[in-house]
Design a protein around this ligand. Structure first.
Ligand code: SAM
Length: 248
């Protein structure tokens, strides 16, 4: 998959691309990054890329011309994303959807944002990574790239890791995990995990996923279709804990 990333700060991505899973995905040619410095496309003699907002107001905006020129320099853009707090919140189904693209182009905003003609003419989708304001789109672009890359076949050492984790097809949070030692500072791991009884472990994990989701993100249960074999366990948990549990 090709990621074209338009930014004023290409160096922000250097460390990110050269470590861990992303580095391995680059080496395995699962992903390719084409980082474009928007400033290189400024026609201004001082390479200026920003200007004052019409109508007044604080701060500066990306002027349209350098961004239009930078985008027009790309032979194949694919889907064009603009990380922005005004976009739809990035969730796992959207990540999976984007992972099906062959090419993605991401425009990293800066300053107080970008001239809206860029959004109207060049952007297919605005994507927010959360309800807070970042100084620039680079970290948001890194989040988008990272979440997509781990969805691509061959990117994870163990492809099974994607099967049972938070926001997988069930939409639930993950169960608690433990590793050795079985006892640490007086705390033991749940006995069932040491039992070797795979069916009991499976049931315990389903139950813990449901309880974790009920306790921490109950609204998720309204957004997902809980698998049939989970439903019975969920109803038992709710019955035991009282009818208001789902709405807590
Ligand atoms: N004035 C803008 C507003 O109120 O919506 C915020 C501009 S922000 C300081 C600068 C850039 O950071 C934005 O153009 C965008 O690319 C990026 N950004 C900030 N918060 C973000 C978020 N929650 N998700 C994705 N990108 C974000």
């Amino acid at each position: 998959m090709v990621f074209n990333i338009l930014t004023l700060f290409p160096d922000i991505f250097t460390g990110f691309f050269s470590e861990s899973i992303i580095r391995r995905a680059v080496e395995a040619k699962i992903v390719h990054f084409n980082v474009i410095n928007i400033r290189d496309y400024s026609q201004d003699k001082h390479k200026k890329v920003d200007d004052y907002p019409f109508g007044g107001g604080r701060g500066m905006l990306f002027a349209p011309d350098p961004v239009f020129r930078a985008i027009e320099s790309i032979s194949e853009r694919g889907r064009v994303l603009y990380p922005s707090p005004k976009g739809a919140l990035l969730k796992q189904p959207k990540v999976r959807d984007l992972a099906r693209c062959r090419i993605l182009t991401i425009i990293c905003g800066h300053y107080e944002g970008i001239d809206n003609r860029i959004v109207e003419n060049l952007v297919d989708e605005e994507v927010s990574i959360g309800d807070y304001i970042l100084t620039g789109g680079e970290l948001a672009a890194a989040v988008i790239v990272d979440s997509i890359t781990r969805e691509l076949d061959g990117s994870l050492g163990n492809e099974g890791s994607r099967l049972e984790e938070s926001f997988d097809d069930s939409g639930l949070l993950e169960y608690e995990q433990y590793t050795r030692p079985a006892e640490y500072r007086g705390q033991s791991v749940p006995q069932v995990l040491l039992s070797g009884d795979h069916e009991e472990i499976r049931k315990w994990r389903i139950k813990r996923r449901l309880i974790k989701t009920l306790e921490k993100r109950p609204e998720l249960l309204d957004e997902v279709t809980v698998p049939e074999d989970y439903k019975k366990i969920l109803n038992e948990i709710i019955k035991r804990r009282g009818p208001n549990e789902r709405n807590k």
